[in-house]
Design a protein around this ligand. Structure first.
Ligand SMILES: [Zn+2]
Length: 466
């Protein structure tokens, strides 16, 4: 009953007749920001009012759980079990968004209203992450219809509402529900493709590590005429310390922060020929910036980055004639699984001390999200790549981890699942800022790719149970 082509045809019709756009517009209209007080009820409404009825119509058993940590958004779980002998896929997504930033969107646009313009759908959450998980569920619905209400595999879903606050509570929740959430593979969508026209599978994410650098010299500022040239200027000390960490061309000088054996051969292999781009002028790829000898793809998918997120000394907006009392920078390292983050602070301390910066303190260090990576040649990764290439008729790029952060480590640690992230967005989508949008054509491809995968999950040829 039914065919693969039939399933893809149903998905394509759903998209081309405007039904997916209408569905996404309804989701975007729920102002489910997790970053502003007063919108807590919208987090519940997204799950209870929009997602739950949709999933129940598709035969899922749905539950909405309070977040294990007080003050954070709820977590929806759903399962649809047909036959335990068949593969079980875990689908993940998040229905919360960053703040709306209403007044910053350009004329004609607003965060909680979907607007089509050219090749784009604008609206908060179109890319991050409502549009992405909605595509995957709409694809599932098309396959269910084509198979007459049967799927041929089992599906479990985790949809959280606190991702934009660092996925707080997700780890505790998954650990406590590990048995219920057990699956063969996580297949889910978030983040950007390597380039808008290149379907992508990311098998993990880089981790994020944060710390402050601080030079604190005195209680308050002292007169710059009487003291300048006599007493140490903390801003200058901090600037030199940063210069000791990274050279003028973006090369990290704390070599113990970096993968000891360089980019692993398997990573180098999948990244060979991998394009990087599609930022739409948001920033340029500066050839002379970063680790010499690495390709742009190796720099962001196979290597670690150091970024100064913010720095301050005195009050630049209201300067006074004083040598400032202190200077501070908040810094971030994005790192791959090839480095142990426990070594970051000790390595930095050794490096600063050796360079004569004993007065520069390293404070408030914390791991925000751990790095994760499934082997790029894992059977489930290869299976997904084959399936997507059949559906789309073009090459699917595999990357060993996305450049940004996702909570994949939680699912690896507590469920042991391989990670198959299939992003539907692109680098220029402006998620987290005003004018967030989803590109229509990659969205359509994403829907077809998932329809093909859901179909193939119900056929022979899936990787064996581990
Ligand atoms: Zn986000």
């Amino acid at each position: 009953m039914g065919t693969r082509e039939g399933a893809l045809g149903r998905a394509a019709a759903f998209f081309d007749e405007g039904r997916f756009k209408a569905l996404l517009a309804d989701l975007v209209a729920i102002p489910s920001t997790a970053q502003e007080a007063g919108f807590e009820a919208e987090l519940d409404r997204y799950l209870q009012g929009a997602i739950r009825p949709w999933l129940e119509r598709m035969g899922f058993v749905v539950a909405v759980h309070p977040n294990p940590l007080p003050g954070f958004g709820p977590i929806l779980t759903a399962s649809r079990i047909e036959d335990p002998a068949r593969p079980t896929v875990l689908l993940y997504g998040h229905g919360d968004t960053v703040r709306g930033l209403d007044e910053q969107w350009r004329a004609g646009l607003a965060p909680w209203r979907l607007v089509e313009e050219g090749d784009r759908w604008y609206g908060r959450g179109t890319a991050d992450n409502k549009g992405q998980h909605a595509l995957n569920l709409a694809a599932l619905e098309a396959v269910l219809a084509e198979r007459g209400g049967r799927l041929g595999c089992n599906v479990k879903i985790v949809l959280e509402m606190a991702e934009e606050r660092g996925s707080k509570g997700l780890r505790e929740f998954v650990a406590a529900h590990a048995r219920d959430l057990a699956a063969d593979v996580l297949i889910a969508s978030d983040g950007p493709r390597v380039a808008p026209g290149v379907p992508t599978i990311a098998t993990g994410t880089r981790g994020t590590y944060h710390f402050d650098l601080a030079v604190r010299l005195r209680e308050g500022g002292v007169h710059s005429g009487h003291w300048g040239g006599l007493t140490i200027d903390p801003a200058v000390r901090l600037a030199h310390a940063l210069a000791a960490i990274m050279d003028p061309h973006g090369r990290i000088l704390v070599r113990d922060w970096l993968p000891a054996n360089g980019v692993p051969a398997a990573v180098r292999g999948v990244l060979s020929g991998c394009p990087v781009g599609g930022g739409e002028g948001a920033a340029t790829i500066d050839a002379g910036w970063g680790e010499p000898g690495l390709s742009p793809a190796e720099k962001i998918y196979g290597w670690n980055s150091f970024i100064v997120l913010a720095m301050v000394s005195g009050r630049p907006e209201n300067p006074v004639n004083a040598v400032a009392p202190d200077a501070r920078a908040h810094c971030q390292i994005r790192y791959t699984v090839d480095t142990d983050p426990a070594g970051f602070v000790p390595a930095l301390r050794r490096h600063l001390d050796a360079q004569g910066f004993g007065d520069v303190a390293v404070e408030n260090a914390f791991l925000r999200m751990a790095a994760s990576r499934t082997a790029p040649d894992h059977p489930w990764v290869r299976w997904a790549q084959d399936s997507m290439q059949r559906s789309l008729g073009k090459h699917v790029q595999i990357i060993p981890n996305s450049s940004g952060g996702l909570p994949g480590d939680v699912f690896v640690d507590h469920l042991g699942v391989p990670l198959v992230w299939v992003p539907h967005s692109y680098n220029g989508c402006k998620q987290h800022g005003p004018d967030e949008h989803l590109l229509i054509e990659p969205a359509r491809e994403g829907l077809l790719a998932f329809a093909g995968m859901w179909w193939d999950l119900g056929e022979q040829g899936t990787p064996p149970h581990q």
